[in-house]
Design a protein around this ligand. Structure first.
Ligand code: 4AD
Ligand code: MG
Length: 477
């Protein structure tokens, strides 16, 4: 008999029919009630066995984590907590799980402990809900861009360029570290790394995506990106996934419209399609908030936060206005933050961003027109000669979720910028060609996928929204 998934079974009309399910034991109570989960839904199916009629050697093997195949009649359940159950007629242990050794016990484990068990943590309710939502968001993103006429471009992972110019790259090398080739001065010759030049893992697919936008019009990338920054925070990973749309003929306003519409649309998708997982995570979020001191608790539930973002306009504020607001704001003792007063030209720290989003505007904020000096070389210079057409989308509880800009399309201005930033012009010959042949204004942005998943699931630490987090401590799996 073919197996049916628990998700399908719960919405099917198989009532009083015989069904077969396969999954892993979550709990086994009173030698009778098995809670079985197969990953298709947060819900378990209760399978009731007849103790008298079941072989005791089989009963002994029904332990948390074991894989079972169960056949039986789907019937109405009299017990609380579920509407249907399977009255087991046949049970087969597909894979045993030694209860003395299985790390995932039916109790609450700390996330720190579960991070050490990244290969098994997916068998818990929280992680299965988070990863199903991650998958749904990924689908919603491709769906949004496809429906809006964008082409998906696969930009390279190994590259010679440093798109952000921040020097946070992981080297990729084919050199033998024990016996590297040396140049005449006796130094290691990195130009022999790969393809005859220095190469690294990409920090962003933007520059390559720009060249595609200048031919296909509307494109986006969705791939892994790497940053060798030693940031031990709950918002940074060394390997993360980024979505980068790039659109020819869009100015910064159109870019902001796209970012806002895109984020709202994918969040709407999960609210409409992932109800069970979101309800579960909403409850988890509320329980977690209750453990915090009253003045640090979120004023909204997870579901309220998601709906709020969808229903309200993001506030658009220039960097200069934001600095004025910060200068005129007093440290907020109640929330126990010490806000630093910031001068025009300084980069905003995360506490400034949090203040603007969570205390001052109380909604997502798009900051634009940043000082040229603190942003990457490719952003379009404004008439004032000192600010660029940059935008950052800031989210409550997350901080920066999107970074983007209108790109500098004027060859002479771009060349000047490249000189100021001390970038080797020759390295970017291919990028500059887009400005040499048929240049046009264009814009794009990068959304950090894990930060979006964090917001959508209410998870506090970015390491808990990616299957196998790569952080300075954790690259074992
Ligand atoms: O602001 P960033 O560095 O922008 C770029 O890379 C541009 N080239 C994007 C573009 O215009 N096409 O990164 C974009 C986003 C950030 O807003 C953040 O959400 C995420 O990527 N991000 C990280 N996420 C997790 N861990 C890290 N270490 C991250 N660094 C950036
Ligand atoms: Mg940024």
């Amino acid at each position: 008999m073919n197996r049916i998934s628990i998700a399908e079974l719960l919405v099917s009309d198989n009532y009083l029919h015989e069904v077969t399910v396969k999954g892993w034991v979550r709990t086994f109570r009173s030698n009778r009630f098995i809670a079985l989960n197969d990953g298709s839904t947060i819900k378990n199916i209760q399978c009731v066995i007849d103790f008298e009629k079941t072989d005791p050697s089989i009963i002994k093997r029904i332990t948390t984590g074991a894989a079972l195949s169960i056949t039986g009649l789907l019937a109405e359940s009299v017990g609380a907590g579920q509407s249907v159950e399977i009255q087991v007629s046949k049970i087969e242990v597909l894979g045993d799980s030694n209860p003395e050794k299985y790390p995932i016990q039916p109790k609450k484990h700390s996330f720190e402990f579960l991070r050490e068990q990244a290969h098994l943590r997916i068998r818990t309710n929280t992680f299965s809900a988070v990863m199903r939502l991650r998958s749904a968001l990924s689908f919603a993103i491709h769906d949004y861009f496809t429906k809006n006429g964008f082409y998906n471009v696969h930009t390279p992972i190994i590259t010679g360029s440093d798109a952000e110019g921040a020097g946070e790259m992981f080297r990729v090398s084919t050199l033998n570290p024990m016996n590297p080739p040396k140049n005449e001065a006796g130094e290691i010759d990195f130009t022999q790394d790969f393809f005859g030049k220095e190469t690294n893992l990409t920090v962003s697919g933007q520059l390559e995506a720009e060249t595609y936008a200048m031919a296909l019009g509307k494109v986006y990338t969705f791939g892994p990106t790497f940053r060798a920054e030693n940031s031990n925070t709950s918002r940074h990973l060394a390997e993360f996934w980024m979505i980068e749309p790039e659109v020819a003929f869009n100015n910064l306003d159109a870019n902001m419209d796209l970012a806002e519409d895109f984020i709202k649309s994918v969040l709407k998708y999960i609210l409409e399609n992932c109800k069970d997982d979101l309800d579960f995570l909403n409850q988890r979020f509320l329980d977690e908030e209750k453990t915090k001191p009253a003045n640090q608790r979120s004023e909204m539930s997870l579901l309220e936060k998601l709906n709020f973002v969808i229903e309200n306009n993001f506030k658009r504020v220039s960097y200069t206005e934001a600095i004025e607001i910060l200068k005129n704001s007093k440290p907020n003792k109640k929330k126990k933050f010490q806000y630093l007063i910031t001068e025009w030209g300084a980069d905003l720290q995360s506490e400034h961003e949090r203040f603007l989003v969570e205390t001052h505007f109380k909604c997502p904020v798009i900051l634009f027109d940043y000082p040229a000096k603190i942003k990457a070389f490719y952003m379009r210079l404004n008439e004032d000669g000192k600010t660029v057409r940059a935008m950052d989308v800031l989210f409550p509880g997350i901080g920066e979720i999107v970074g983007g800009s209108q790109r500098e399309e004027r060859l002479d201005v771009l060349l000047e910028k490249i000189k100021t930033f001390e970038i080797d012009e020759k390295e970017l010959w291919w990028y500059l060609d887009t400005r040499r042949f048929g240049t046009a204004i264009h814009s794009g942005f990068g959304l950090g996928f894990e930060r979006l998943v964090q917001f959508a699931t209410g998870m506090g630490n970015i390491r808990d929204v990616i299957p196998f987090p790569r952080t300075p401590q954790n690259a074992e799996f």
